[in-house]
Design a protein around this ligand. Sequence first.
Ligand SMILES: *Cc1c(COP(=O)(O)O)cnc(C)c1O
Ligand SMILES: [Zn+2]
Length: 383
Amino acid sequence: MKLKCPVCGREYEEPVQRCECGEPVEFELLKGEPYIGKSVWERFWDFWPVEPELELSLGEGDTPLIRSKLGKELDVKLYLKNETVNPTWSFKDRGTFLAMSYALKAGYKAVGTVSTGNMAASVAAYASRFGLDAKILVSESASDEKLKAVSVYGGDVIRVKGDYGRLYFESLKLGERLGVYFINSDNPFRIEGYKGITFEIAEELSPDYVLVPTSSGGLFRGIAKGFIELKESGLIDDLPTLVAVQAEGCSPICRAFKEGRERIERFEKPKTIAKAIANPYPPSGNAVLKLLREFGWLCVSVNDEEIATAQRKLAGEGFFVQPASATGVAALEKLTESGVISEGSKVVSILTGSGLKTLFQVEGDEIRECPLEGLESCIRSGS
Ligand SMILES: *Cc1c(COP(=O)(O)O)cnc(C)c1O
Ligand SMILES: [Zn+2]
């Protein structure tokens, strides 16, 4: 197992969580060939730095890639990678499963995470499945309602009073001391698990663009590394252009990118409906910036109105996603309008998580009422 810092280049033989310089660490590029197998874990066996615990899988991954009708009005071929069908309704399950496979093999009895939403639920669910204790650290402001989807799995959910940004780093330190393996947003095994999204896309098509809702930067780095490994293995000829998509109200990566800076700065007073991508100080922000520069990739931010419109359009086609997951389609509208993405391009947007997790943010359509006696005329007069 060899890990390298993608920012300063230092190397590690032990599975550390972060580089001494403060940046994340990443497994060296893995190369291999695909096999015939049932799950993405089996088909891409060479590409995981730790053996997946297949018998403990909850069926994460192998999600559908669906051609969207929304591409038509934008003159592109749009495909939606529907990650909402994962066991806890977001792509986080892919990374949680692989990281927990490591934790189990390494002999940990407890795992943890720092999150308020999808990652908390994912780690709690897989900890139950793996028979490990879960320490789920959430922010003071996390509502009881939201935490129901976490505590239902039986983990130890702890509301932490104090600076939420510092909690990420504190948890890693405490974890080491207490023997709790923290699987935070850009844990190196988590990033590896996300590569499955790339592999599955590449099995079906070679996209020109991939739109990636981006918060901590973990998902973006995983998708990038997946494509790079496929190219290095000779399995694809060209890398697609990756697009990191952020919410305008919390866009530290896009802002630094536009200003040509090498380091992100904390985004003060974040405000957006896309809560799942509202990390004001993304722990993989600098690593993502480096990838964007190195490969000539893009960063696009979209505002709440554009996000809400995209969410409604997706629902109009049968995909109920949370606001964060609609940002890709919102960004596509901007990129086609401005001519950055040209006619006929093949575009994949990652639908990262389900709308059922954010029901409280949804304005449903009007619901009519009818007496049974008058039902016929009611049905006739409906739109
Ligand atoms: C976690 C998450 C993201 C962003 O992933 P990062 O790895 O933090 O960049 C996007 N959408 C949803 C729904 C998420 O839960
Ligand atoms: Zn480093």
